[in-house]
Design a protein around this ligand. Sequence first.
Ligand SMILES: *Cc1c(COP(=O)(O)O)cnc(C)c1O
Length: 500
Amino acid sequence: MQYKSTRNSKLRLEASQVIAQGISSEGGLFVPESLPNVKSDLQRLAKLNYQGLAKEIFRLFLTDFTEEQIDHCVQSAYAPEKFGGEPVRLISLTESVGRKHILELWHGPTCAFKDMALQILPYFLTVSVSKTAPDKETVILVATSGDTGKAALEGFRDVPGTRVMVFYPQDGVSPMQKRQMSTQEGGNVGVCAIEGNFDDAQTAVKKIFTDSSIKEVLAEHGFMFSSANSINWGRLLPQIVYYFYAYFKLCKGNELAIGEPMNVDVPTGNFGNILAAYYAREMGLPIKKLICASNANKVLTDFINTGIYDRRREFYTTSSPSMDILISSNLERLLYAISGEDSATLSGWMEQLSDQGHYDVGDTVRSKVREIFFGGFCDDTATARTINNTWKNDRYLVDTHTAVALDVYRQYVESEGDGSTPTVIASTASPYKFVGSVLGALEPLGDGDEFENISRLESLTGTTAPLQLKTLRDKPVRFNTSIENSQAARYVLKSLGIGE
Ligand SMILES: *Cc1c(COP(=O)(O)O)cnc(C)c1O
């Protein structure tokens, strides 16, 4: 299996090269040359445990890794002690509309689904760098809307041969997310706030990546950049696994027979998690509709409905901050696949997006997108109402992002009349990670801090907060720098001891 770039179809690279490099030098994203189809193999795959399934899927894509290397990556990343048992859980909600199965993806060390990929990416990267640039120290740059940053810091902390540097929007993350990052331990980590929103942070990081003069300076000092954002193929690949796993769980629970379709519903920001579900579908997993749920920053809902991507709009800071994004990077990979892998057309759209802030994919591509995707959005009021209803009806506590997905599922059933297809709803964070918003949806908020809110939510619901959040209270703050985004490159060089 080789990889090409969305903006250069002629390129051919090995898996280790694309994981080590993160993004293609012309600004495109790496994609597999073709997707393997496992439709005829579903019966066999259904019998595997999570780790076994992960290995089977990874070996199809990481063809320049040895079996032993893949085995080591999987066993280390998904060790039971890191996830408190099975890495993911499936919970069926039986009250109210439709057939809902919540796929809890947040049992890892940082309480968000990002751990599913960021626990294994450091292992993938270490193998990849040993093959491609064994003498270099890898500098992982991360732009985060909150959860990626913490998950990357935790995944890469004290990993030999790596440094990790995280940029987050000053006022765009939850207090708990900020606290998780500012108290991060480890000798190879750095955290810095950017004065702006997530898109500003992401643009700053992308710019550093593609700046060839910075790259040269780094190379002279023995460093190379890589990315832990979902632009890195090594982030997306691990996410494909859990959609297969959830399907097989439904089959085992007699909700489905192998071959019958399910829907998948994902609260979406950068379009990474839902893209992994799309790839699973292309690989032969029976998925009928992919339901793309947005918050008030509904650029994707509008795109799916009109074929016009338009970022020229007001940016909202919402109660689901990990989805506060107007430039969903991974949509580029979907459009590349759907528009017949035409890198010239795609480059044109991406140029229009960066120059004019919008592009129009036209009727053919639009109708192909709509065949597969349903798009809907949910504002903060409806998010709070959904948290409240789900607690009242199902005695199940969801975070704000998962609530967005639940509300959009309701919209899907109402609009398409499909309440009978079992639907897997990706639950992307622990409710305690967004404790203020979740508690506030159940009862009026007092002026207590995050940790008092945790205690109140525990006693109100009888649920238990993850220990790794509760103990943040006593950890010292290590990072409180804030910079303009134009200063990001300088900050990086300075942190590496290059430049003043
Ligand atoms: C990152 C994140 C999302 C959005 O996922 P994408 O892959 O960026 O679409 C949704 N919910 C939570 C809690 C997240 O951390």
